[in-house]
Design a protein around this ligand. Structure first.
Ligand code: NAD
Length: 348
């Protein structure tokens, strides 16, 4: 069986050898380090499956092309699937499966790392002392104990984040239209997003998926409802935040800091070295001029444990597909997209 692997970096190749080494029958992986899109889809010709990541584009056109060229299965190496047109995949009879959970703790721990870097200004201290400047002016932070942290989305990552915050002695508030009572209750309290979570939180961290309902959940209105000077962390999906609105809120000091591991326009930039290029995204470049903005390149998941789990789960999904078995990670079912509570795929 031939599988075309898109957005494949050196670390993917290293961990995905697990698939070829452990598959029940021979598999040939062809690696492409660029992403899947309309302009690259022809590289999947001859493959029966494609293996893709967060910034690969599986629009209706791309899926139709894949189907016509003989591809039967889409194997996502990630949890989020807002980049896949599931309705079209279903109508084409394609198998689509994701890796729903690969170390939620990896992402939660990274969210905490971003929060504390921003809060305690360690990014600025790091640069400052390297130039022999040991002045503390401008590095003042806030003790986390006793602060209120608002979590938007209490799935696997949101709950893992709440557990960590409990250890810091924070008060945890959460909003989720589908409360995860049993898992979340020991760590915090569910409240209304606009009336309570945003006005009361010193830090807000986003852990909900990108759907039609959540796109730009952080906009001019929600930012104005936040406590003045509160900090915002996004390790979920870039499209949750309206970038123009956060720039304005940072300029007015309504927003006290912003840490992004994901960005709306990341598809054109992330996972590639653009250090020799003139970056054309003016909003991202404006964001990076603020001393209280941190940007990382969608790396919250990036731990050895998570990459091992991704390879393992991708192999299991593949084996289910090949054996015609029911796959617990399938995103389409009996010709229809599964009615997962968060699944209203955003078409791109
Ligand atoms: P999950 O499916 O376990 O949980 C998502 C939660 O969000 C659910 O409880 C759901 O009810 C809730 N939700 C849905 N709509 C909502 C809304 N309008 N407002 C608030 N909550 C809402 O997912 P997870 O494993 O916790 O992952 C969360 C997100 O993290 C993923 O969708 C993905 O986009 C992102 N992610 C990022 C990285 C990274 O490396 N930065 C890695 C993995 C996942």
């Amino acid at each position: 069986m031939k599988i075309a692997v898109f957005s494949a970096k050196s670390y993917d190749k290293k961990f995905l050898t697990h698939i070829t080494d452990n598959s029940s029958s021979p598999i040939e992986l062809t690696y492409h380090d660029f992403s899947l899109s309309l302009s690259t889809v022809s590289l999947a010709n001859g493959a029966e499956a494609v293996c893709v990541f967060v910034n690969d584009v599986l629009s209706a056109e791309v899926l139709t092309h894949l189907s016509q060229s003989g591809v039967r299965a889409i194997l996502l190496r990630c949890a989020g699937y807002n980049n896949v047109d599931l309705s079209t995949a279903e109508s084409l009879g394609l198998f689509v499966a994701n890796v729903p959970s690969y170390s939620p703790e990896a992402v939660a721990e990274f969210a905490l790392a971003l929060l504390q870097t921003l809060n305690r200004n360690t990014h600025r201290a790091y640069n400052r002392v390297r130039e022999g400047n040991f002045n503390l002016d401008g590095l003042l932070g806030r003790t986390l104990r006793g602060k209120t942290v608002g979590i938007v989305g209490t799935g696997k990552i949101g709950v893992a984040f709440a557990k960590i915050l409990q250890g810091f002695g924070c008060k945890v508030l959460a909003y989720d239209p589908y409360p995860n009572e049993e898992a979340f209750r020991p760590y915090g309290q569910y409240v209304d997003l606009h009336e309570q979570l945003l006005p009361q939180s010193d830090f807000v961290s986003l852990h909900c998926p990108l759907t039609d309902q959540t796109r730009h959940i952080i906009n001019e209105v929600s930012l104005s409802q936040m406590k003045k000077g509160a900090m915002l962390i996004n390790t979920s999906r870039g499209g949750l935040i309206k970038t123009k609105a956060v720039i304005a809120a940072l300029k007015s000091h309504q927003l006290g800091g912003l840490a992004l591991d994901v960005y709306d326009g990341e598809g054109a930039l992330f996972y590639q070295d653009h250090s020799g290029d003139i970056i054309q995204d003016d909003e991202l470049m404006r964001l990076m001029t603020f001393p209280n903005v941190l940007v990382s390149g969608h790396q919250a998941f990036f731990t050895e444990e998570a990459l091992t789990e991704i390879a393992d789960c991708t192999l299991k999904n593949l084996e289910d597909f090949r054996a015609g078995r029911t796959c617990r990670n399938s995103l389409v079912h009996a010709g229809r997209p599964l009615a997962r509570r968060e699944s209203v795929p955003v078409r791109i």
